[in-house]
Ligand binder design. Sequence first.
Ligand code: AMP
Length: 395
Amino acid sequence: MPTINDFNFENKKALIRVDFNVPLDADFKVTDATRIESAKPTILKILEDGGSCVLMSHLGRPKGVSAEFSLQHIVETVSEIIGVQVKFIDDCVGEKVEQAVNELESGEILLLENLRFYDEEKKGDVDFAEQLSKLGDIYVNDAFGTAHRAHASTTTIAQFFEGKKCFGLLLAKEIESINKVLKDSKKPVTAVIGGAKVSSKIDVIKNIIPKVDNIIIGGGMAFTFLKVKGGKIGSSLVEDDKLELAQEILNLATNSGTRIHLPIDVIAADAFSADANTQIVPANEIPDGWMGLDVGPKTNVGFSFIIAESQTILWNGPLGVFEMPVFANGTIELGNAIADATDFGSFSLVGGGDSVAAVKQFNLQDRVSYVSTGGGAMLEMLEGKTLPGIEAILK
Ligand code: AMP
């Protein structure tokens, strides 16, 4: 896997695709700079080599050129985080930009304007990619969050850098972490799959069945499985059109010797509300009119035990409606169990928007081995797909 560590950037201009698609408040101030922080090691290594950096990214979903989505808004934040005053140019292709790149000296950083001001970016347009390719000597992809998109700056561009293209440290770490779970894993391997719907994670579950020893299923999606096993699930979230598929998954698991663990008890509520009445009931005997919104105490003990026995843990999706404190306990207990196992030497990878949010909310981000920066990209890798942005570098 070619990474920036395989190159010496002295007097070279690195054209780096970063993911600086950060959230901004009403005053256009960055409210969460995690994505900028994540790109810092790559940028610093190139500067320390004596090279310069041309940074390109998208921001939001602009329709054409729009001041609201200008990357100008983040220049000061990037400068503060990297510790170098970043230069900015209000376009991303063309003569003016090429001129600015030519004038760039070692140790300097130039941030280009939003790539998505051009429709050609999302279309993966070859001419646009060729214009971008004039802006650097070596192409570095460090944008995991968009690696599943075949866009001009993430994929098409790579063909213009034969032998001069590589992964940044962030993207390399993402690939390595997923491989630690799916390829070179220490057994037993446990995947925790939670969240609202089975339908959004079917392909992930199918792909990982032969690769893991245990799959813990929680969250709303557990009820489709509980129902197909004959359980009474009250008015819990269920996808009736996915019952057959749930059965198919259970059969696949049995055939490959993978254990699927479902909740045995749940916190049932009489409304989808933080101040609903609640009771603890067996997961397969939920009374009519009640819905399971979190896993129960016996389930927490069982799941924690499985986690403690696991050498490799993957977590994607919450076990309950953790946004409401009364239904957050299962997700908190699971997070703590994963953190404890990690303290004892297990490898843990957390990914997917809501589990990342949960890990941050409960302050566990430093107690797991790796928190992925790309929700959609990570899911597609777990589904066994080759991401176009990754393939383009390896080709
Ligand atoms: P996803 O985006 O598919 O990972 O789902 C995350 C969402 O699932 C969160 O907003 C949770 O509140 C929700 N969720 C988790 N458990 C349940 C449940 N038992 N019933 C309904 N929604 C749930």
